[in-house]
Design a protein around this ligand. Structure first.
Ligand SMILES: [Zn+2]
Length: 415
């Protein structure tokens, strides 16, 4: 089987999709279910139909484009990613996996290959948390990680619920029906830019993901006592920001002392009230994002943070409330998918790195219901979620080629 990835077509499709955006080029903004997003989805669907794929959409807007295999009732082999983009993002996050996946299917078709099991391109709906505050809504529902009832209650910034928004956008039907039946996928592979610097640093074009780290995040509110910055003497203070500062360092320490470099903790939000130069902070709202590839270790670090909350609260006489926003389990990638990808790399003499996905992806949730793997390609300086995000056409092509061969291997040949 000799596969030809049409680099020029793939590249020009990436540019065309990037132009369907609510931001000035080269920035891309495509928030889920906006008119721009709907236009981009329609464009992708028309490309899939042009390739002879059978397209369906579910109630949350996941798009399935299927190349029927010789045994159409057998579980499909899936590939895909997302096309929604956060405000002021780049052209490649998600898109490489969608258009690269489509190009992989077209290359297989043109080579004369006939799959035994069907091969299906999946465009996940609402991967980015921009609109509804939770990432990977489409794949959470597909995998049953999030219940339809919980999803329906999520609201966007205008107070519109998921149900209102999706129905306005033309997605009817029940969210209950989004969950895939067990055994739907024989295997799933997602092609994605690395969103980190390791491939570029090691001058390697391909990364085969062995595990996907997963976040747990906390929303924390510290309630102290305000007062005049001159009037209240130090022994009498209950400064909420000083307590928050200790807690931030406790989170850092919990990650640093876990014993593994894979544990990372971040406080990315810290709102201080009232925020005046001569006023003691009375209230702080903050978030903690804690990630690891190992669930027990992450839980250990979380416990250390919770213990610190109790200690700091007592010591400083402040009230600290915590709310767990999410705590997803990390995932190991499936050996058969990793092997299919590695075999293809070796056949071509392509070097590859085995790596951890530090960001999480729809594949994290699909891994709950199917053997799943991910293939990374480099992006310049590791930049992602910004307008200067860039992946080189030859790297994208190489990724699509290895993806195509892995899909063929996993689906089997009908001949
Ligand atoms: Zn992505």
């Amino acid at each position: 089987m000799k596969l030809e990835i049409d680099q020029q077509r793939l590249n020009s499709e990436i540019e065309t999709l990037a132009a369907i955006s609510d931001a000035e080029p080269p920035a891309v903004t495509r928030i889920v279910f906006t008119p721009t997003d709907l236009k981009a989805r329609a464009w992708v669907i028309s490309r899939c139909e042009e390739a002879g794929l059978a397209v369906r959409q579910d109630a949350i807007g996941n798009i399935f484009a299927r190349w029927n295999g010789a045994d159409p009732t057998a579980p499909a082999v899936g590939t895909g990613s997302h096309i929604d983009a956060i405000p002021n993002a780049g052209k490649y996050d998600g898109v490489v996996g969608v258009l690269g996946g489509l190009e992989a299917i077209r290359a297989l078709q043109q080579s004369g290959f006939r799959p035994k099991n069907s091969i299906e391109l999946l465009v996940f709906a609402t991967e980015e948390p921009t609109r509804f505050g939770i990432g990977c809504l489409g794949s959470r529902l597909l995998s049953g990680t999030l219940s339809a009832d919980a999803a329906a209650q999520l609201k966007d910034n205008n107070g519109e619920s998921v149900n209102e928004v999706r129905q306005k956008a033309g997605f009817r039907g029940s969210l209950q029906d989004v969950k895939l039946p067990s055994g739907y996928y024989k295997a799933f592979v997602e092609l994605h830019i690395e969103q980190g610097p390791l491939l570029e640093r090691s001058q390697t074009s391909l990364g085969i993901v062995k595990s996907i780290a997963a976040p747990a995040s906390l929303r924390i509110a510290v309630e102290g006592a305000g007062g005049h910055a001159g009037g209240v003497l130090m022994p009498d203070r209950k400064d909420a920001l000083c307590a928050a500062a200790e807690l931030i360092l406790a989170a850092e320490n919990a990650a640093r002392s876990s014993g593994a470099a894979d544990t990372v903790a971040t406080v990315g939000v810290c709102d201080v009230f009232p925020g005046a130069v001569n006023s003691i902070p009375s209230r702080v709202k903050m978030t903690v994002d804690l990630r690891d590839t190992d669930l027990a270790r992450r839980n250990g670090a979380m416990k250390a943070i919770e213990n610190a909350i109790v200690t700091i609260s007592k010591k400083r006489g402040v009230a600290i409330q915590q709310e767990l926003i999410n705590a997803d389990a990390p995932a190991d990638c499936a050996p058969e998918v990793r092997t299919a990808l590695a075999d293809s790399c070796r056949d071509h003499g392509f070097a590859f790195l085995e790596m951890v996905s530090r960001a999480y992806h729809d594949s994290l949730f699909i891994s709950r219901i199917a053997p799943t793997g991910m293939l990374f390609i480099p992006c310049r300086n590791g930049y992602s979620h910004r307008p200067d995000e860039y992946a080189a056409p030859h790297d994208i092509t190489r990724g699509a080629l290895v993806l195509a061969e892995a899909l063929a291997k996993l689906a089997g040949s009908a001949q």
